[in-house]
Design a protein around this ligand. Sequence first.
Ligand code: MG
Length: 342
Amino acid sequence: MKLSTHIISLKSLYPFRIARRKEPRVEVKSVIIMIEYEGVVGMGEAQASPYYYGETVERIQEVTQKAASMLGNDPFLLEDILDELNRTFPESPAAIAGLDIALHDLVGKLLNIPLYQLFGLNPEKTCRTSYTLGIDTIEATLERLEAAREYPILKIKVGLPGDLETVKAIREHTDAIIRVDANCGWNVDEAIERINALEAYNIELVEQPIPAKNYAGLQKIREQVNVPIMADEDAITSADLPALVGCVDAINIKLMKCRGLREARRMIETAHVFGLKVMLGCMGESALSVTAAAHLSPLLDYADLDSNLQVVNDPFEGLKIRDGKIILPDRPGIGVITRQEL
Ligand code: MG
């Protein structure tokens, strides 16, 4: 197998701010990974989140170049290849995710079937995705809300002063389902107070109210509020799930933190065994990685697969969203089309 990489820059529709990142994101780099085998090319995307292991674009490039010699010559040996990559690069989740996505795309294309079929899933059973509103002034948030009227589920970023007022203002302007995500922004007592106040605005769930690894804190919050609690920063791979049982109601999986489609599927199944509900989310990637994730959406309770909707120069076209519902492409592999030269 032959590997090559290409860096792309994705520009945001709006400056995107969350509680645990001081500077709003206006542009983000992704590494596009191409793996060629017998004239067929599988494509994957890796986007670093420095929050997880301090991963950077440079490290992704370094790891993918080193990985090129470890791919062997049988793309169908996914388990063997990915096991070896995980052992060799334990702190490069996004790089491994990009390789995993490219290998899945390649296998789907070689078999001439879409990924959902490779996974044995029914494309009619995809769920609805939320549309995310980052932290900003109430005025700017309401403008974005107006532009997002077609989406029946909203995810509101909270966790900074003024968040209650923002959610109140949004609720006064919409009947949409509202989920909130504090991205570790509160302490335990604040979380209990805020979530109990937010309940008045009919909130479906609250994501990661407090910093990760405080299981007793999560348990205390869950006992003192009525709104379901979801772990995101606390749920990196399936190995994190046993500790979360009894502390949260649901988890949010992302390809870039769990290392790709293979582990995402394992996480979905493990979470369901433990009685946890599952969201699959994203981190600002293009339609390439978001569409790859969407092929698993028939297995989900919630989806937050919207980052490509907020990229103004996405080179890829893949999933469609109709009344919030994910529509999967039926082309082989991930099924994305490259709209412009990379
Ligand atoms: Mg989150």
